[in-house]
Design a protein. Structure first.
Length: 225
C-alpha cells in the first residue's frame, strides 16, 4: 500500500512518510524490546473509572508518562512496577529530535505505546507538560494505523490518514494542543515488530528549559519596572 503523501499545514502539523528506513526501524524496535526487559510493558488505568486502556505502555528517558485510577495523568521518574528509573533513550531518538523538533532542549520522555489486535487510542490532548511550546514528535513502527486529528475542542471537525512503519509526525504550534487519536490498526501490514502489532514512540519535552524560564522571569521583571 502506498504511503500517505507528506503533509504540512499552517497549524503546525508535519507528517514525514517513510522518514526512517527499514534498518532504522528494526534498530529502534530492538532497542524498545531490550529496554522492556528492565522496564516491562504494563496496562495503564484510566483516572477515576480505573478502566484499563487497550494499549500497553512503557517509557524511555528521565520521565515517563503514567496514569492510574488514584492519581490520574502525570509524569514519574520510575517504572510503576519495578520502582527503577526508566531506561535511557537511544541516541537515535535524541538525534531525530535534534534534526526535526527545532527546539533548544532535548526530550525528557519517550512514551512507548504497544498496539495489538483491537487496541486503539481515543481522542485526547497532550496536556501534562509544562513545556507546551515544545513540539510532540511521534514515530510509527509496525502495522499501519488510522490516525485522527481534530482541533482545539473535542467536537471540532477531524481528518483521518494512515500512519505506516517509519513515518514521523510532528505536532507543533496550534496543532500541539489539538485532539488526536488512533482509531484502529491494520494487523499484518508490517513485519517490523516481532509477533505483529504496532509500536508508537512519542517524544516530549516535559519541563521548561532553564534558559526559557530565565527569559520569562526577566520579561516579567521588565514589565513591572
Amino acid at each position: 500500500m502506498a504511503h500517505t503523501p507528506p503533509l504540512a499545514d499552517s497549524n503546525g502539523l508535519r507528517l514525514l512518510p517513510g522518514w526512517l528506513d527499514r534498518r532504522a526501524q528494526t534498530s529502534l524496535v530492538e532497542a524498545v524490546f531490550a529496554a522492556a526487559e528492565s522496564a516491562p510493558f504494563y496496562t495503564p488505568l484510566m483516572p477515576r473509572s480505573g478502566a484499563p486502556m487497550s494499549v500497553r505502555q512503557t517509557n524511555l528517558g528521565a520521565l515517563g508518562w503514567f496514569t492510574d485510577q488514584a492519581r490520574g495523568y502525570r509524569y514519574e521518574p520510575a517504572h510503576p512496577q519495578t520502582g527503577m528509573p526508566w531506561p535511557a533513550m537511544p541516541q537515535a531518538l535524541l538525534d531525530l529530535w535534534s534534526e526535526l523538533a527545532d527546539y533548544p532542549a532535548p526530550p525528557e520522555s519517550c512514551l512507548v505505546n504497544r498496539y495489538c489486535g483491537a487496541a486503539r487510542m481515543g481522542l485526547h490532548v497532550d496536556a501534562d507538560e509544562a513545556a507546551k511550546d515544545a513540539p510532540v514528535l511521534s514515530i510509527s513502527l509496525g502495522d499501519d494505523a488510522q490516525f485522527r486529528l481534530g482541533g482545539a475542542v473535542r467536537n471540532a471537525p477531524a481528518r483521518s490518514f494512515k500512519l505506516a512503519s517509519g513515518d514521523v509526525m510532528i505536532l507543533s504550534g496550534a496543532a500541539r494542543c489539538f485532539y488526536h487519536g488512533i482509531d484502529r490498526i491494520t494487523p499484518g501490514t508490517s513485519r517490523v515488530v516481532p509477533g505483529g502489532g504496532r509500536i508508537n514512540l512519542t517524544l516530549r519535552r516535559v519541563t521548561k528549559p532553564p534558559q526559557k524560564i530565565s527569559a520569562e522571569s526577566a520579561l516579567r521583571i521588565s514589565d513591572q519596572a
